[in-house]
Design a protein around this ligand. Structure first.
Ligand SMILES: [Zn+2]
Length: 307
């Protein structure tokens, strides 16, 4: 008994000591943090920001934006900085775009982040991560000319068509489950090389003006088909499109297999393409499900959740 009591006492003293040590450590960290905030506050006050503004800046801004503001002269941030996907370096573009469009601060930030304040096919960036399943390919983001996915695989039920390996089983699942609902879908265009897209696009250019062609065909390097993640599907009864019923099925079920509709009606201003009910894009089940719930474009989703 005596021995045990002694042990308890010893342990008791030990835990008090540990607690004491941890409290001191915590206080120390708090003091460091507080003095850091005080230092930043002083700098911002000197630049001309009000205390209310500074408190809000501390609340809303991430470290990257805050640091950039600390390094710059005073500027009127309006209410842009309260938007989660705000980027300080784009502030002047946000302001200019809002003057023109009079949209909400949230919409202005997202649309400028997507680049919609500049015409399509301007300020084009070469994609650095073409092999990622979540890659964003559009009129502002081009795939390298020589990019070809390393794991292109034939679709077992359509051996003349190739997709990225990761897409195959989900796509076969989609086809099988559609059939169970009497929806008979057939893929007719999947992976397309840069050169093939160039041929297609130039072929259209021979028949129509470029501004028209650009509404329905991607310039080479800008086609999702080059990623091996996009599929054009048709109804069994149509040669290159879907019946309204089949389209409804895809719209309501595609996400369960990781697919999104990429070019929908009402989203032309963001995607830069006329509605393409037949064009689906693999992004994986998790992202596809969220996009289905949010009912937004891949561009908006990419900016809000994947940047
Ligand atoms: Zn397509």
């Amino acid at each position: 008994m005596k021995k045990e009591k002694f042990l308890f006492e010893k342990l008791g003293i030990l835990s008090i000591l540990i607690l004491f040590f941890l409290t001191i450590q915590n206080k120390k960290e708090e003091t460091i943090k507080a003095s850091f905030i005080q230092e930043e506050t002083d700098i911002l006050l000197e630049k001309g920001y009000s205390l209310t503004q500074i408190n809000e800046m501390m609340e809303y801004l991430n470290e990257e934006n805050l640091n950039k503001i600390l390094e710059s002269n005073y500027t009127d941030l309006e209410s842009f900085y309260k938007v989660p996907n705000f980027h300080f370096e784009l502030l002047e573009r946000y302001k200019a775009y809002r003057n023109l469009s009079n949209k909400s601060f949230e919409n202005v930030v997202t649309e400028v982040n997507i680049h919609l304040d500049t015409p399509f096919y301007t300020d084009i960036k070469t994609i650095q991560n073409p092999e990622e399943i979540t890659v964003l390919v559009n009129k502002y983001h081009a795939l390298p000319k020589d990019y070809e996915p390393k794991d292109l695989t034939e679709i077992p039920s359509f051996p003349n068509l190739k997709l990225r390996k990761e897409v195959i089983s989900d796509f076969e699942n989609l086809l099988a489950n559609a059939l169970l609902d009497q929806v008979f879908l057939i893929p007719y265009s999947t992976y397309r090389s840069y050169e093939y897209q160039e041929e297609l696009y130039n072929g259209y250019l021979e028949k129509e003006d470029q501004d028209i062609v650009d509404t329905y065909s991607a310039r080479p390097g800008h086609s999702e088909h080059q990623t091996g993640l996009a599929i054009d599907i048709r109804s069994n009864s149509h040669w290159n499109s879907l019946t309204p019923e089949d389209y409804e099925w895809i719209k309501n079920n595609g996400y369960k297999y990781g697919f999104i509709l990429r070019y929908s009606k009402g989203q032309e201003q963001i995607t830069g393409y006329k509605e393409e009910p037949w064009h689906i894009r693999y992004v994986g089940i998790e992202h596809a499900t969220k996009i289905h719930e949010l009912n937004i474009t891949w561009e908006e989703y990419y900016d809000l959740y994947l940047q």
